[in-house]
Every structure is written in C-alpha cells, then in structure tokens.
Design a protein around this ligand. Structure first.
Ligand code: PEP
Length: 259
C-alpha cells in the first residue's frame, strides 16, 4: 500500500499565540513540496489561532493531548469534542514526556486513541524505549508492545490514516543522542511487521528524536519510515522547511512537484 509521507513538529510547552502566528506566516512564504504532508502541533492556547492561520495553506494542525472522556469533572483537561470544534487535523497521544510527567500509561493511551478515533480525529501515537531497554537489546520488543496495547481492539478501518511515531526516550530532547539509521531501520521494520500482521497497513510510521536537517535525509530514505516527527530543529519555520526539503529529496529524488 502507498502511504503519504509526513513531516511534523511538536512544540511542547513553547510558543504563545503571537509566536505561533509569526511562525505560520513565515512558513506560508516557504515553497513546500506537495508530496509531503506537513503538520505543526502547537500548545492548546494557540490551536484555534493556528487553525485559522493555516486554513489557506497545506499545513495541518495537531493538538498535543486529549482526555478520553467527552466531558466532566476533569480539571485542566481537554476533550476530543473541544478539539474537533477547532477543526484540528490530528492529536498526539502518549508522548514519553507525558508518560513520565503526567502518569500516562498504556491503558490511558489506548483509551485516548479509541476516543480520538470515535470523534473522527487522526491519532498520532508516540511509543519509545528507554536507555535500559536499548542497552538490553529490547528496543523493538518494548515499542511493539506499546503499539499493540495502544491499538488493541481497533480495526484496520478505524486505524486507517493513523500515525505511529517511534521516539526513543534516549534520543529526544536536549540530552538526546541521535539514533543510528540502522537502529531506526530495525525498530521500524519490527513495528511494520506487527502492523501488517494485524492488517494495519494504513498506519503510517514516523520517526522522531534529535532529527535535524543533517540527519533527516538517510532516515527519510528508509523503507519503513513514512515520515519524521521533529522537535527542536523545527521550532523555527526555516528549520522545519530545511528538514522537509532534505527529507523530501532523499525520499523522492529532486523531480517532485512544488505548490
Ligand atoms: C520529541 O520530543 O518528540 C522530539 C522529537 O524532540 P527532538 O526532535 O527535539 O529531539
């Protein structure tokens, strides 16, 4: 099956509304290729403004989290209904920072994935191995397990168009050490085998963790990589554009169409 190629950036707890609008205005001046689906994931406060600003562009907008319930006594939480009202295109679920800082578990991740799909939102599920799992040679096993639990009980039709990001905990953020392409290839191949065995070939597999314009090319060229999820290197529109162009040219060659 042919899947779209995705490149997105999660902004974590960064960017005000004004900074988001400035980012998107500058991104709108960049010639983005039309064979890469580009998305940004701003904080909640900037989502509505981001959606309005991106409306006339091909850039998609995602949320960083949601609760699995529709409404209720959940102070500080945001439901899928609130996100669909804004028109967000996707929702990130289970980032390792939320698993570590906010008590997200495989069970809450699974509940959120189900609620997102029921509301018509495209889930972007993050899975990641820690340093001990890496050192024990258990990376693939660890993330395959997380992905199986996140998608448990869901059908291929429900998960069609879903996104799964492999983000090694040891590779993301300030202290992250970039993964080798061999490591990414091995783990993505294990994830793809698991997805295919369940008929989930409509799920796209993204890689994230210290991706930048210097290492994006070889990662984007891997068979089982359907996209990249980028943090720090894409927190400027110029940084995102650089990753998109490098990744695109490694992935598709230089003859692609531009908008
Ligand atoms: C992330 O934390 O999801 C991430 C990809 O971060 P970075 O690219 O900054 O390592």
């Amino acid at each position: 099956m042919t899947r779209d190629f995705w490149i997105g950036t999660g902004w974590k707890m960064n960017k005000t509304i004004a900074e988001t609008l400035d980012y998107l205005a500058r991104l709108a001046t960049v010639d983005l290729p039309n064979d890469v689906r580009v998305f940004v994931v701003p904080p909640f406060t900037a989502l509505a403004a981001a959606k309005r600003a991106a409306a006339a562009t091909p850039v998609l907008v995602g949320a960083q989290n949601m609760h699995w319930e529709e409404a209720g006594a959940r102070t500080g939480e945001i439901s899928a209904r609130m996100l669909t009202e804004i028109g967000v295109d996707l929702v990130e679920i289970g980032h390792s920072e939320r698993r570590a800082d906010c008590g997200e578990t495989d069970a809450t991740v699974a509940a959120k994935v189900r609620a997102a799909i029921a509301a018509g939102l495209r889930p972007l599920v993050c899975v990641g191995d820690d340093r001990a799992e890496l050192e024990a040679g258990a990376s693939a096993e660890a993330v395959v397990r997380q992905a199986k639990l996140a998608f448990a009980g869901l059908t291929p039709a429900e998960l069609d168009g879903g996104l799964l990001a492999y983000e090694p905990i040891w590779a993301i953020g300030e202290n992250g050490r970039p993964a080798t392409t061999d490591h990414v290839a091995e783990v993505h191949s294990a994830l793809r085998r698991m997805l295919d065995a369940r008929g989930l070939d409509g799920v796209a597999l993204l890689y994230g963790g210290s991706v930048d314009a210097d290492n994006a090319g070889p990662l984007a060229a891997l068979d089982d990589v359907d996209g990249l999820f980028v943090g720090r290197a894409a927190w400027t529109p110029e940084g995102l554009a650089a990753v998109v162009h490098v990744a695109r040219s490694w992935r598709f060659g230089d003859a692609g169409a531009h908008l």
